[in-house]
Design a protein around this ligand. Structure first.
Ligand code: SAM
Length: 284
């Protein structure tokens, strides 16, 4: 791995433990159908899921488009593509393909719908990728880009300054961590029309986002490639997480003191030890 390609190298080479974490993070959820509504998928649609990861979203879309339609998953990680292909080897309306470089391995106008969720923050050149999207989409097709803007995330109890330092330290894992605010301009520059933008704000009070923060901390470049980080930033990714644990733990202990010796969860629906969770993660 080298410094300037870390944002893409860390997706090409994923250790088994991280693959397991992604398989838990990227499962198909009830809310996904609503997230996909702007795509207007219907039976018979041909849809590409670009940067499909483990492929659960691709599978969900294959169910929606049915046997008359088709879903294609494309990713640069060979393990994701192999596992998803194996899992779906009996299905006729879904296939997975490895992308290497900028070219999508599909013919021109293959699809009439294209989803790209949480991927453009990692591509080497957004305009090149969007040009490929235009090529594989038939004229009049629909493209749905969903991406984060890590500059709008607040983590409590860290506060804004520490949160910013955390994301600065994690920045080499992204090509463009603030892609969200730039999507509209990129689409217009690439020649797409009827561009609509929606901002989705959310508050995580159950701490599920800790998985994402942990992944980011783990994804910080290994020692040899940390030269791109300042001396001050380097240790922060881990200390910030630890400090969140500590703060939460302190509060948990305080609460226990209030209620006697019985441990009592603060959030009624917690499924993992709650000291592993930050109190509030808010993203805009
Ligand atoms: C954050 S995951 C999102 C997975 C999936 N789209 C989802 O939202 O559940 C990012 C995915 O993009 C893939 N990826 C990263 N850079 C890519 C590139 N240049 N071309 C295609 N896929 C890429 C990674 O391998 C990974 O599977």
């Amino acid at each position: 791995m080298t410094e300037n390609t870390f944002y893409t190298d860390h997706w090409r080479q994923i250790d088994d433990e991280r693959v397991g974490r992604y398989e838990r993070m990227f499962v198909w959820r009830e809310g996904h159908a609503a997230l996909l509504a702007p795509l207007e998928l219907r039976p018979g649609s041909r849809v590409l899921d670009y940067g499909c990861g483990p492929g659960f979203m691709t599978e969900g879309m294959a169910r929606i488009v049915g046997p008359a339609g088709r879903a294609y998953g494309v990713d640069l990680n060979a393990g994701f593509v192999a596992n998803a292909s194996h899992r779906n080897s009996e299905s006729d309306n879904i296939s997975f393909h490895l992308v290497d470089g900028d070219c999508i391995p599909l013919d021109d106008t293959t699809v009439d719908r294209l989803l790209c969720k949480n991927v453009l923050e990692y591509v080497p050149d957004v305009q090149t990728t969007l040009a490929e999207f235009r090529r594989v989409l038939e004229p009049g097709g629909r493209l749905l880009l969903i991406d984060s803007d890590w500059g709008f995330v607040a983590v409590e109890p860290w506060g804004m300054e520490r949160t910013k330092r955390f994301f600065d330290a994690a920045a080499p894992a992204f090509k463009e961590p603030e892609i969200g605010r730039k999507l509209r301009s990129h689409l217009l520059d690439a020649g797409f029309d009827h561009v609509d933008v929606r901002v989705q704000a959310g508050v995580d009070i159950e701490g599920g986002s800790l998985l994402v923060l942990r992944n980011m901390a783990n994804r910080c470049p290994p020692p040899r490639s940390t030269r791109c980080l300042t001396k001050r930033q380097r240790p922060l990714t881990t200390t910030a997480i630890c400090s969140a644990y500590r703060n939460s733990w302190r509060r948990a202990s305080g609460l226990r003191a209030d209620v006697g010796d019985e441990p009592r969860p603060v959030y009624p629906r917690l499924r993992v030890p709650w000291q592993d969770r930050p109190r509030v993660i808010q993203s805009l």
